[in-house]
Design a protein around this ligand. Structure first.
Ligand code: GLN
Length: 534
């Protein structure tokens, strides 16, 4: 097994996750089987309880793990399906160690960070790597070098390097090269962060330098000399318009060649599909087909909380060769307004994403009503689906007080907890999470979109359509066109294409399975609907 470990310095938010995802993509393009692991040094067991304001969206894996959004980048770039064990947090490591201690498995020893915690980390990394059958395991250590939290992880990989064969272990360090007002590229922050690494016994093999512009040759040389690497190992990674271009940029900088030599990989033919996809993206970005869609959300000011939705839109737009402009609308701003038309008069479609809690919910419902009545293409996701059900119950089925029991007490809880879900919550579980099968009704818009009657999509929700109201809600072209296997959980709501140009909402989150070369069917169909509205 070969390992590439990616660390970061200077500051967070440099694009370490994209760098690692891109290295994975490059290796995959060259025919290597890869497996990524993300280490998050926070003490939370997983990202499920974390505020998207602080960390961006919570990404959901097939097995229901709620993880850092970088795992979304890995899945999209590397086209792999990851599981819980691909995300190692301090919380997971310590709770395993403490559990073992309670069981007496350390046989009276004093349990310490070195070797017990570090051994646990190493065993987890190696376990995932070996089980995957991959050629190369990529490990990203979250946070920045020097953080107290990341110390045990850096120590663990330091030991691993000694234990593995020389050619099988490589360190990549991602840093920032800022500009001065005189437009001079400054290497000091990089030097300092490499120095901090070296104090911990880690010498980077490759340094990826982020910055506004490409590194000048003399700056590269300076970094090479001060940081003890060869100039070819200093890789310039300037800002790009399109993150999917990063693998191509890094490749052009010679990163694969360097890794290949250093790890003694074989030169192999490169799969051109990724490059072609990026070309298509460029073409659509400069084309004249422009769609504007409104996303009515709660965290509209922090777009990272809807990262996978943004990416899924991009994937669909690439395939349809159009440009998409998103207009972020804060749902609460719609609540006071009588006339909300002015918010939407310049858009071709309205998307209401997932969410929790009462703030902004009525504003979202208003925008769904507006989309339904004015025949504007509409896509609702998870909470957006539930609110579309409420809207239909209120304004089509005439249940004026229809609401969700998540939001308030109501005589008509059309969205409610199912008995089964209550049991899950009582047992300490919180949500229905991860991949579940969805059964698509024949002769529906949903069937036309998916071209299948059994699909798999990812979930993250607690509440469900209350089965007692299904019959009442299904009228005037409104139908549930997808359910779970038993037919009790409603998964897709649509309005018949005879009555509305495009109106679809899903209880699941299709955005989590969208890939740059394989757009999610509902997103693609939604954009197609918007193009017709054009
Ligand atoms: N709040 C809703 C629920 O818990 C929807 C969740 C979501 O949009 N992810 O069911």
């Amino acid at each position: 097994m070969k390992y590439i470990v990616v660390t970061g310095g200077v500051m967070s938010g440099l694009g370490k996750g994209i760098t690692m995802a891109s290295i994975g993509r490059i290796l995959k393009n060259h025919g290597y089987k890869i497996v990524p692991i993300k280490i998050d040094p926070y003490i939370n067991i997983d990202a499920g309880t974390m505020n998207p304001y602080q960390h961006g969206e919570v990404y959901v894996l097939a097995d229901g793990a709620e993880v850092d959004l970088d795992l979304g980048h890995y899945e999209r770039f590397m086209d792999v399906d990851l599981r819980r064990e691909h995300n190692i947090t301090t919380g997971v490591v310590y709770s395993a160690v403490i559990e073992r201690e309670r069981k007496g498995e350390y046989l009276g020893q004093t349990v310490q960070i070195i070797p017990h915690v570090t051994n646990e980390i190493k065993a987890r990394i190696r376990g995932v790597a070996e089980k995957s059958g991959a050629d190369i395991c990529l490990v990203e250590i979250g946070g920045t070098v020097g953080d107290i939290e990341s110390m045990p992880f850096l120590e663990a990989v330091r030991q691993m390097k000694l234990e593995e064969h020389e050619n099988d272990f490589l360190f990549v360090h991602v840093t920032l090269v800022p500009f001065t007002t005189m437009r001079e590229q400054k290497t000091k922050p990089t030097q300092h962060s490499v120095k901090a690494l070296r104090e911990l016994g880690l010498q980077p093999d490759i340094i990826v330098c982020r910055g506004k512009e490409a590194l000048k040759e003399d700056v590269k040389e300076k970094i090479a000399m001060f940081c003890n690497v060869s100039p070819e190992a200093v890789i310039s990674a300037p800002d790009t318009e399109d993150i999917y271009e990063v693998p191509l940029l890094l490749e052009r900088e010679g990163i694969f060649f360097y890794i290949m030599e250093r790890m003694q990989l074989e030169q192999s033919k490169e799969d051109p599909a990724w490059g072609k996809m990026v070309e298509r993206r460029k073409k659509s970005a400069s084309g004249d087909k422009l769609i504007r869609i409104a996303i009515v959300g709660k965290y509209a000011e922090l777009e990272d909380s809807y990262l996978s939705i943004k990416e899924a839109i991009k994937h669909a737009a690439t395939e349809l060769e159009c440009r998409v402009d998103t207009k972020w609308i804060e749902a609460e701003d719609l609540e006071e307004e009588k006339e909300i038309g002015s918010f939407f008069d310049d858009v071709h479609g309205i998307l209401v994403p997932g969410g929790f809690g009462v703030r902004g919910a009525e504003g979202k419902i208003k925008s769904i009503e507006y989309a339904r009545e004015n025949k504007i293409p509409f896509l609702g996701l998870c909470f957006g689906f539930q609110l579309a059900v409420i809207e239909a119950a209120r304004n089509v089925a005439g249940l004026k007080d229809a609401n969700s029991s998540e939001l308030c007490e109501t005589p008509h809880p059309v969205i409610d907890l199912l008995e089964e879900q209550r049991e899950v919550v009582e047992k300490g579980g919180t949500m229905r999470l991860g991949d579940y099968e969805v059964f698509v009704r024949r002769d529906t818009l949903a069937e036309r979109i998916y071209r299948e009657n059994k699909i798999v999509e990812r979930h993250r929700h607690r509440y469900e359509v209350n089965p007692a109201y299904i019959e009442q809600i299904e009228r005037e072209g409104v139908i549930f066109s997808g359910t779970d296997r038993s037919g009790t959980r409603m998964e897709i709501l649509e309005i018949s294409p005879d009555m509305h140009p495009f109106f679809l909402a899903t209880q699941f989150h299709p955005e989590f399975r969208s890939r740059p070369n394989k757009p999610s069917p509902p997103f693609k169909a939604f954009l197609e609907g918007c193009m017709q509205k054009h």
